[in-house]
Design a protein. Structure first.
Length: 302
């Protein structure tokens, strides 16, 4: 098995066609076809359905492992270089939007000061979209909502944050200085859909009181949810970092709810490169130094 064969297969998946894969690898289409055909012959399976261009079940398995191989090869070079020179390279970091709003500027500035030759590429997405990228090796780590239950993922808690209610000034809930679960049950709310860790945590807390929330709308994205609430569309339950600033809305404490846990998720099957390790180190330190400056943020109980 040749690494060029694996690279060709991954390139076809990432670019969407044999011709685009050839361009991305600076070769010709016939070479891509030959590499994949030889890989299929060696494994005695079809990896790509030529009629649809879609991976077969075997192809999906090979691509997943091929990405790990690519990550390992990149890490070898970075780790050896780090033994003899200043740590350098690119780290691909996924970040959920509400956390990225305050973490990203501090992290980028800290990395510039401590490890100027390490560059960070940030992917802003929700947890449900970031986790496949961690598993596939397409990001080196991701700051996400916890808990995460996946056999290939290791998660380290970074901080906790309180859930709060954001209500437009014109909303009936804006008259409250704090809100109990019983009061929430009286109003339709803007919520994440079921299956999102933050929503599932709310539902578990409310189930102890025999209460179910009534959604006015369900949105898988905290920043959009916050925008809808602050623009006056309705009241929303949000993590503390999504309810910052001021406007024609009120931030109201909630009584009796579990804090959201935010952590760093990495692929446990792929050892972290030297560059990823220093990013993790700086991230841990900046949470210790600056986390408490954010309203509603607390250090995680590890």
């Amino acid at each position: 098995m040749d690494i060029r064969q694996l690279n060709a297969l991954v390139a076809v998946v990432d670019t969407g066609s044999f011709s685009a894969a050839a361009q991305s690898l600076h070769t010709v289409q016939s070479n891509i076809s030959t590499h994949i055909a030889r890989l299929e012959q060696e494994l005695s399976v079809s990896l790509i359905d030529r009629r649809t261009g879609v991976l077969t079940e075997e192809g999906a398995l090979v691509v997943e492992r091929a990405r790990r191989v690519q990550t390992e090869l990149e890490s070898i070079s970075l780790d050896v270089k780090a033994l003899h020179t200043e740590v350098s390279g690119i780290v691909r970091l996924g970040v959920i939007g509400t956390t990225g709003r305050w973490v990203s500027p501090i992290l980028l500035e800290s990395m510039t000061q401590k490890y100027p030759k390490v560059k960070i590429q940030i992917t802003d997405a929700v947890t449900s979209n970031l986790m496949p990228l961690v598993v596939q090796g397409r990001v080196d780590g991701a700051i996400v909502n916890l808990p995460i239950n996946h056999p290939d993922v290791e998660a380290e808690p970074l901080f906790e944050e309180e859930p709060v209610l954001v209500a437009p000034n014109s909303h009936p809930l804006s008259k409250y200085d704090s809100v109990t679960p019983a009061v929430l049950a009286e109003f339709p709310l803007l919520l994440n859909p079921k299956g999102v860790p933050f929503r599932d945590s709310l539902d578990r807390d409310l189930a102890t009181h025999g209460i179910k929330l009534s959604p006015k709308a369900e949105v898988d994205g905290m920043r959009l949810l916050a925008s809808l609430a602050t623009d006056g569309f309705g009241a929303a339950i949000l993590p503390a970092t999504a309810a910052q600033g001021a406007g024609k809305w009120k931030r109201i404490p909630l009584e009796g709810f579990t804090r959201r846990i935010v952590g760093l998720a990495t692929n446990k099957r792929v050892p972290l490169s030297a560059t990823t390790r220093v990013v993790r180190e700086v991230l841990r330190q900046m949470i210790l130094e600056y986390g408490s400056d954010q309203n509603g943020i607390y250090l995680a109980n590890k």
